[in-house]
Ligand binder design. Structure first.
Ligand code: ARG
Length: 608
């Protein structure tokens, strides 16, 4: 499955290979011609400050070839020049995108793309519905496990990251052709339900259904209040605690009244989660829910299989799987708890049944667990056990896509002033409120309904972008003022950049003249074309590294390249054919930004 990053694999109908890919192929061919013994080596092509691209292969290969890098580079450059021919404008005939080649320093091969090749990329991407982006993930059945909030507990800021990152990865992988199966591993089972059901039975007057709630209380808050009230009684009253425990047993034994109540609680929670998902604009729906309870019917079988294979063993009355690879701080192997001493199954057992189900029944080629970094050990143990059980083989790829913590202004995990976890809805309200202020300062002519909508899109987009633009594994500080700023690497900046291009396009009218590939691009046009051309390569990288911040960084650089272009190159006041080419660049820039924001799960309004 793993391919060399530089190799152009499996081109498909949508795909417009980037200039960088084309240059890689050209250099690779030149290496094979000039130095057959090195054929197939990575040409090490990068963007360059001195030219459009540079190939560093000569430096990397010199040792192996026992020649000076500069000599190697000269031979490869000669071979490249043979393809270019004598006339600088013949690339259309020879097919090479390269117009000139020079060797500099100890052996860098500097390559300049031809003007024609540059404009051809613009025209081809504009003509493609998919912006010329290929589908390298095609044929990969990919499970993305994300969000996974716990029923009857308020979704808090910790669930924000998994929800936002998981959704972005689902979108990107889907766009790259993967068959994405979203899985919401809801925490919908466990001992807390005994307490909740018992409390509701003993307090029939408590209002907690979303249709009984008035005065703006949300279902989530009502459930959270319920949870706390039940917990307080559970902790204070040993008789209640006993009754609650008996409820757990009744529920697990399938007692009808208890199961009905449990279903009701789950349904109410899901209703509340779906409100948050809709507001966040994530793709998850009820159809993606496969919570812990979903796996209950298989738990005895899974445990039986592990026991028979000798993988699960008795230990102090419990049944455990001891890791062969990982030891704890005391040097002892770390266990997964397959069956507790009281005979119950828990989180570990469920995750074993889950991975088996995803491989055997869902036939996943790749499984991504977008879960907090603190669960790293848990997933290492689950993956190891699944390998030993023979469920997980080299045919499938499993990854714990872990992420860091959201911090408050004090640098500690984000909490309210009273020390409570911050509620997701409150946090979104705050961001939207701040975005409204910022948008109002900028635009005075918006009617109230439009302002509401834009504030919502900007506020939610700001929160999502702040999360996605930070390297996934790092912690970050939740700072609303910075998030909604119109300048810097923010969601609002990108949304605004997109609206400015939309406004230029509105003024330009419907002038979609064909791109004239004979014009010499201005340096700022050249830089913008090269940036636009790298969209698909960036997405491919995100699909491999599972790092959304690369897409954010790319879009930010693209927006800056557009700004530089627009400062240097008037669009509406110049004559054809220059105007047509510049309008085409505006269109491709707008479409690339819009698509990029869409893949981050962020709205791209046309005005703000
Ligand atoms: N409900 C869990 C939590 O809130 C996350 C579930 C992650 N997925 C999984 N397959 N364990 O921590």
């Amino acid at each position: 499955m793993r391919e060399k990053a530089w190799e152009v694999v499996g081109l498909n109908e949508h795909e417009v290979p980037s200039l960088r890919r084309q240059v890689e192929t050209a250099v690779s061919d030149a290496i094979s011609q000039a130095l057959p013994e090195l054929a197939g080596a990575d040409p090490v092509v990068r963007r360059s400050e001195h030219a459009d691209f540079q190939a560093n292969a000569a430096l990397a290969l010199a040792k192996r070839a026992r020649r000076k890098p500069a000599d190697l580079a000269a031979s490869v450059a000669d071979a490249l020049r043979r393809d270019i021919g004598t006339d600088t404008d013949t690339d259309a005939d020879t097919g090479t995108p390269v117009a000139s080649v020079t060797v500099s320093g100890p052996g860098f091969i500097n390559l300049v793309a031809s003007d024609t090749a540059l404009w051809r990329q613009v025209a081809a991407r504009l003509a493609s519905r998919h912006l010329g982006v290929g589908t390298p993930q095609q044929g990969r059945r990919t499970v993305v496990d994300y969000s996974g909030p716990n029923i009857a507990k308020e979704m808090h800021v910790g669930h924000l990251r998994t929800t936002i990152i998981g959704d972005c990865l689902s979108r990107v992988l889907g766009f790259l052709g993967a068959e994405v199966l979203r899985q919401n591993h809801l925490g919908d089972w466990g001992t807390q339900f005994g307490m909740l059901i018992e409390y509701l039975d003993e307090h029939p007057d408590v209002a907690w259904h979303h249709d009984e709630l008035s005065d703006g209380t949300s279902t989530v808050s009502a459930l959270n209040t319920l949870y706390r009230a039940a917990r307080a009684v559970f902790d204070a009253d040993p008789d209640f605690a006993d009754r609650a425990r008996r409820r757990v047993v009744a529920l697990q034994a399938g007692d009808e009244a208890s199961v009905t109540r449990w279903r009701e609680i789950v349904a109410e929670s899901e209703f509340a989660f779906s409100e948050i998902y809709q507001r966040l604009g994530v793709l998850l729906t009820a159809a993606d829910s496969a919570g812990e309870s979903f796996y209950n019917p298989w738990l005895p079988e899974v445990v039986g299989e592990l026991t028979q294979a000798g993988i699960a063993v008795e230990s102090d009355g419990a049944l455990c799987v001891f890791s062969a690879e990982i030891t704890g701080p005391d040097g002892e192997p770390v266990p997964l708890m397959v069956r507790k001493t009281d005979g119950g199954f828990g989180y570990d057992t469920t995750d074993l049944a889950t991975i088996r189900y995803r491989i055997r029944d869902l036939k996943a080629d790749r499984i991504l667990y977008v879960v907090d970094a603190r669960q790293a050990l848990h997933f290492q143990l689950i993956f190891e056990a699944a390998r030993r059980a023979g469920w997980l083989t080299d045919d499938a790829d499993v990854t714990h896509v872990s992420y860091g913590t959201v911090l408050g202004p004090d640098g500690r995990p984000f909490k309210t002033r009273s020390g409570d976890t911050v509620k997701l809805m409150d946090l979104l309200d705050t961001a939207v409120g701040r975005a409204r202020e910022v948008v109002t300062e900028k635009a005075h002519d918006l009617d109230p309904a439009e302002l509401d909508q834009i504030a919502e899109q900007a506020g939610i987009g700001a929160v999502k972008y702040a999360d996605l633009s930070t390297s996934r594994t790092k912690d970050y500080t939740f700072d609303v003022d910075r998030m909604v700023s119109f300048s810097g690497n923010t969601g609002v900046y990108l949304q605004y950049a997109h609206t400015r291009i939309c406004s230029i396009l509105r003024k330009a009218g419907d002038a979609s003249a064909p791109v004239d590939t004979t014009l010499a691009p201005h340096p700022a046009e050249r830089a913008l074309i090269l940036a636009l051309d790298a969209f698909g390569d960036t997405l491919t990288e995100v699909g491999q590294t599972l790092e959304p911040h690369r897409l954010c960084g790319y879009l930010y650089d693209l927006a800056k390249a557009f700004t530089d272009f627009y400062e240097a190159c008037p669009v509406l006041s110049v004559a054809q054919p220059t105007r047509g080419n510049r309008v085409a660049l505006c269109r491709l820039s707008a479409e690339t930004l819009r698509r990029g924001l869409n893949l981050l799960g962020i709205a791209a309004p046309e005005r703000m």
